[in-house]
Design a protein around this ligand. Structure first.
Ligand SMILES: [Zn+2]
Ligand SMILES: [Zn+2]
Length: 140
């Protein structure tokens, strides 16, 4: 019989667990709950990452611009999308991170109140990026 003990690595910001220190270190750096996160997605497509305070402010504008809240009403994250240049990770970070706007939303973290679907947002973002890259090749 062989017996083996393994280290488990826990993200300091969210509840994620993993068996590899290097992977967890990379995750922690860009974790959407890390206030000082470095966005891997922004880096990947070469756009300038916006700081979380500005992203949160943009989202708050969107929330305030919503006519009213109701069970069937959703906030359109228009300004958030514009400021983040559509980066789905940065948008998610702003949506998950509640800094000082508790009153405006007891519902933050419950993403149903915001019209944001991560997978869809990401696909659109990467499609646009690929299209721009393709266009670059054609025009020199
Ligand atoms: Zn995490
Ligand atoms: Zn980003």
């Amino acid at each position: 019989m062989r017996k083996k003990k393994r280290w488990r690595y826990y993200c300091a910001h969210c509840g994620k667990v993993g068996g590899h220190a290097g992977w967890m270190r990379r995750h922690e750096a860009s974790c959407t709950l890390n206030l000082d996160r470095v966005c891997g997605m922004c880096e990947r497509v070469g756009i300038k990452q916006q700081n979380i305070a500005n992203l949160n402010a943009a989202l708050l504008e969107d929330i305030r611009a919503a006519p009213y809240f109701g069970y069937d009403k959703q906030v359109e994250p228009t300004q958030l999308r514009e400021l983040s240049q559509g980066c789905p990770m940065c948008m998610l970070a702003a949506i998950r991170q509640d800094t000082e706007t508790e009153d405006d939303w007891s519902f933050r973290g419950d993403n149903d109140s915001i019209n944001f679907w991560f997978e869809g947002e990401r696909d659109t973002f990467l499609e646009n990026f690929n299209r721009r890259e393709a266009a670059k090749c054609h025009h020199g």
